[in-house]
Design a protein. Structure first.
Length: 824
């Protein structure tokens, strides 16, 4: 909503226009934002939990000062988790900010319009959802719901008169559903008098003395509000223009009650900590720290395995590499933080097996056996991959093992949508090459796999079965923590070309992965030293070559500077340069809006090609990394589209690109570390692994309301384009395989918009907190242009009805028998 923002990361843009009556930027030193409050409370509560956990283990804990993601990670004896913690705070803050974009007109999301009961119900349901999804280890959904719930909780302190009533600590009833909301001003009770410039003291004396709780009314559309009621106030709030005029919000220092802004923000921070404490008590210290990304390596082991009859050798290799990785990583920072296994054959695929326990995972992998599969060769590989992409944490490295072509090629565009949304990388270990020689012919049936590998920045490795163990070292190399992509290029057809990339001093284990038939190359270090592909063990690197796959492990990767690789091949090839480093970036596409006030909403779909594309870029690292150039790079390497950077604080940047590549693109970030502690090389370069693309139309979908087992749940979606009366086809898929209805086609109206609804039904016994990924894909048949909306959903557990309240009151009155009778 309009102003919620102050507590919202929304005013961002350097808007100095008269439009913005609040006259502050959201991220500013003069006011607190939702993001500041959320970030501070998460760090403070996590420090408490970490201290208790560390002391319990008999280790030493030193309270970090100042408290930042980096200092806290060090204090927790887990410096490498600074990036995961920072990234979690960004995700939670983004879903907090999104509430303003998606629920501008829904008063209860902001405690406006005296909607206390409904707003408290949102908080109660939100906390219940976070706990249920934590129980199912669905951390991403838990973070999303946490961010949304915190938005509403924090808004209470800005939009109600709690602070004006003299309170300086949180209203704990808001997170205790069993307690009644007392002493609310009813709809007939006037609460405010008019004010013009100075609105301090506009709340009626009787309200203050009787300690009645009220909140401001707000509307962008109509000046109507019940008689005598306070308004929110500020730009666009039409209700504040009618008597009683003025407002009471404390969103910023210059708003109606801006003098109480910092007080309100402090209490909101304390309330946020209390809610986090409630979640910690339910989940336990270890799960709470996992939720926050502490002690988490970013390494995940995720296998999608063909279990049809011909796969005996491959399954044996999956078992071997699983044991090897689990055993060799135990207790190290590279120990995977999550394990996912999805089997498939034909017609079966799934179920998903997901755990954080390595021993359980080993048991599950060891239980795999080759046996299924229909009479024909193709298998349900893309369906299996789709489930894995939905279940794995964001930005995972996924490995799919098969010796057969996909039977379910209609799933390709859904899989692509999931690759783009999750930014996970998919590597294919294909054991169906046409020959078994080292000059193997690429099997044309693998084209779909090759396309998906390229789109995700992964590898499609084709080896005969007996050579699979020679290729699985790639799994060992990429399933490490803090893996970063430095450079990628794909040439199809191949070209003889020299590529240069910058390696900074933070990079260890510099590794180049090359796929291609008969590929010859020469690498040259900044020192001038070089080695060609023919030398398997040279002074610079160890080069392993297996059929179409080459892995170059640089021996001394502390050679910061510009590296070159000369690719001497006219056959198609892919080149990927990775390393281990704490410096990385994450980004989301965001929609920037000016009305009713400048702000942004993160969206999980392709950006529109007919306007500016904006990215919210977050730097991960020591806290001193500054991006200097952000580019959208076409895979051919020929087109660069430069973004305009705007620092919005907390290591976050808004990047605006005015012209978008026609086809696919990578995001490349070049930057500098400001750290002066070393004389090291200060520039760095990173690149997105995933390829992205824009679409000529947008698709948006909003999760609204609560989804209970046994009920229909409706999700409204909108297609928006510049052209009226154009036709689109629609496909929706959900990873829970629940029954679902949706329109199969849509036509835009004269305004270029078309609306549809997806209706999901679930069995009554569905488990609360089990995550379901929904993708709604929309295609324009003439151009074959596709866009999609990606949503995370989970069934909720019904929160105890108010009857429980009656019972507890009766019990406390000592009339147990009567209480029980009445409750019946
Ligand atoms: C809010 O966060 C921004 C960005 O880190 C910071 O500059 C500002 O000082 C913070 N505001 C307050 C009041 O803490
Ligand atoms: C959410 O649902 C409520 C109740 O059905 C409706 O009034 C509101 O407009 C919806 N909000 C959005 C953003 O769809
Ligand atoms: C591999 O190729 C060689 C010669 O090309 C052939 O003799 C041999 O039988 C093949 N092995 C398998 C397992 O296909
Ligand atoms: C691989 O390279 C060899 C020799 O350069 C060539 O004979 C063969 O046709 C190539 N295979 C493919 C799939 O291009
Ligand atoms: C594969 O690995 C085995 C065992 O390490 C080794 O003897 C063999 O030479 C390797 N083959 C190739 C083609 O790299
Ligand atoms: C596997 O990776 C670890 C580092 O995570 C490395 O120490 C080890 O040498 C690797 N093993 C193989 C066989 O590549
Ligand atoms: C990775 O780098 C570290 C430090 O440079 C080194 O100790 C380790 O052996 C390397 N691992 C591999 C697999 O090269
Ligand atoms: C490139 O490869 C060709 C053989 O395909 C070879 O004759 C030529 O010398 C190579 N060029 C360089 C610069 O290595
Ligand atoms: C696109 O971005 C440029 C540069 O920030 C800005 O001047 C222009 O107004 C933007 N255009 C639109 C349609 O938002
Ligand atoms: C859209 O579909 C309708 C009905 O099938 C058809 O009459 C109309 O011509 C189509 N519009 C366009 C722009 O193709
Ligand atoms: C899904 O639909 C099928 C066929 O309409 C029906 O038999 C089945 O009971 C439905 N399942 C659920 C969970 O609603
Ligand atoms: C729900 O019930 C169906 C059959 O009625 C059963 O197949 C399924 O396993 C149950 N699911 C859960 C999560 O209990």
């Amino acid at each position: 909503m309009l102003t919620r923002p102050i507590f919202t990361a929304v005013f961002f843009l350097s808007f100095t226009t008269q439009m913005n009556i609040q006259a502050f930027k959201v991220i500013s030193t003069s006011s607190n934002t939702h993001q500041n409050i959320t970030g501070a409370a998460i760090l403070q509560k996590s420090a408490d939990v970490c201290r208790d956990h560390i002391l319990e283990q008999g280790q030493n804990f030193v309270q970090p000062d100042p408290l930042t993601a980096e200092t806290l990670a060090v204090a927790c004896h887990s410096p490498a988790s600074a990036s995961t913690l920072k990234s979690v705070i960004t995700d939670i803050s983004s879903s907090n900010a999104k509430v303003d974009g998606k629920h501008v007109f829904d008063a209860e999301y902001h405690f406006d319009d005296e909607s206390f009961e409904r707003a408290r119900n949102l908080i109660t349901q939100g906390v219940s959802d976070v706990k249920a999804s934590l129980k199912q280890k669905n951390y991403e959904y838990a973070r999303q719901r946490l961010g949304e719930t915190l938005h509403t909780l924090q808004d209470f302190y800005s939009h109600s008169n709690w602070i004006e009533l003299g309170n300086r600590s949180p209203y704990s009833t808001l997170i205790k559903p069993s307690l009644p909301l007392d002493n609310l001003a009813d709809v007939n009770t006037p609460t405010c008098s008019s004010c013009d410039d100075d609105c301090t003291g506009n709340i009626l004396e009787t309200i203050i003395t009787q300690k009645k709780l009220t909140s401001g009314y707000f509307s962008l559309l109509s000046p109507n509000k019940p008689k005598g009621k306070c308004s929110h106030g500020g730009l666009g709030d039409l209700t504040s223009l009618v008597t009683p005029k003025g407002g009471i919000n404390k969103d910023g220092t210059t708003t109606a009650h801006g003098s109480l802004h910092f007080v309100a923000a402090n209490v909101a921070t304390a309330a946020t900590r209390d809610l986090l404490q409630d979640i910690r008590e339910a989940a336990g210290n270890v799960e709470f720290l996992r939720l926050m990304g502490i002690f988490q390596s970013s390494s995940v082991l995720c296998f999608v395995v063909d279990t049809s009859a011909s796969m005996t050798e491959e399954i044996a290799e999956v078992k071997r590499i699983t044991s090897f990785i689990i055993d060799s990583r135990r207790g190290t920072m590279d120990e995977p933080s999550a394990y996912v296994l999805v089997p498939f054959n034909d017609p079966g695929f799934g179920p998903v097996y997901k755990t954080t326990d390595p021993a359980e995972f080993k048991t599950e992998v060891n239980a795999l056996s080759a046996g299924g599969g229909g009479a024909d060769d193709p298998e349900m590989s893309l369906s299996g991959l789709w489930l894995a992409l939905a279940a794995a944490p964001l930005a995972s490295e996924i490995f799919l093992f098969t010796d057969a072509e996909p039977k379910d090629t209609e799933m390709k565009s859904t899989v692509l949508a999931l690759i783009e949304s999750t930014k996970s990388t998919v590597n294919f270990m294909l054991t169906n090459p046409l020959t078994n020689t080292t000059r193997s012919l690429s099997n044309p049936v693998n084209q779909v796999y090759e396309d998906l590998a390229v789109a995700s920045g992964g590898l499609a490795i084709e080896v005969p079965k007996e050579l699979l163990p020679n290729a699985t070292s790639v799994i060992n190399g990429t399933s490490i923590s803090s893996l970063v992509t430095i450079f990628q290029a794909v040439r199809d057809p191949g070209t003889v070309q020299l590529f240069s990339f910058l390696v900074d001093s933070s990079v260890e284990n510099l590794t180049l992965y090359i796929t291609g038939n008969s590929t010859r190359f020469t690498i040259t270090a900044p020192s001038g030293q070089s080695q060609s592909s023919g030398q398997s063990d040279g002074s610079l690197a160890v080069i392993q070559s297996v059929v179409n796959f080459h892995m170059v492990q640089v021996k001394n990767s502390s050679q910061a500077g510009v590296w070159n690789i000369y690719m001497n091949s006219t056959q198609p090839y892919t080149l990927k340069v990775t390393g281990k480093s704490s410096i990385n970036f994450q980004f989301d596409f965001v929609e920037v809006y000016q009305v009713p006030h400048p702000g942004y909403t993160v969206f999980k779909s392709r950006p529109r090609s007919d306007g500016n594309v904006t990215l919210l870029l977050s730097m991960l690292g020591s806290g001193s990394e500054v991006p200097t150039i952000v580019l959208l790079v076409e895979p051919s390497g020929s087109g660069f589209h430069t973004g305009l950077l705007e620092d919005v604080g907390n290591g976050d940047y808004l990047v605006t690109v005015t012209t978008v590549p026609k086809g696919e693109f990578f995001v490349r970030v070049i930057g500098q570390t400001n750290s002066s502690s070393t004389s090291d090389y200060h520039s760095f370069q990173r690149q997105s692994s995933t390829r992205h693309r824009a679409s000529s139309f947008g698709v948006t979908a909003v999760r609204n309301g609560t989804w209970f087992p046994g009920q229909l749940f409706s999700i409204a979606f909108t297609v928006a384009t510049n052209s009226s009366y154009s036709n689109y086809t629609v496909t929706a898929r959900n990873s829970g395989q629940y029954n679902m209805t949706f329109p199969s086609s849509l036509t835009t109206g004269s305004d270029g918009r078309a609306n549809g609804v997806v209706e999901l039904s679930t069995p009554g016994n569905a488990t609360a907190g089990t995550e379901v990924i929904l993708t709604i894909e929309v295609t324009q048949p003439e151009t074959n242009d596709t866009n999609y909306a990606f949503l995370r959903l989970a069934v909720s557990r019904a929160v105890a009805p108010p009857a429980g309240l009656a019972l507890s009151l009766w019990l406390s009155a000592g009339t147990l028998l009567i209480g029980l009778v009445i409750n019946k």
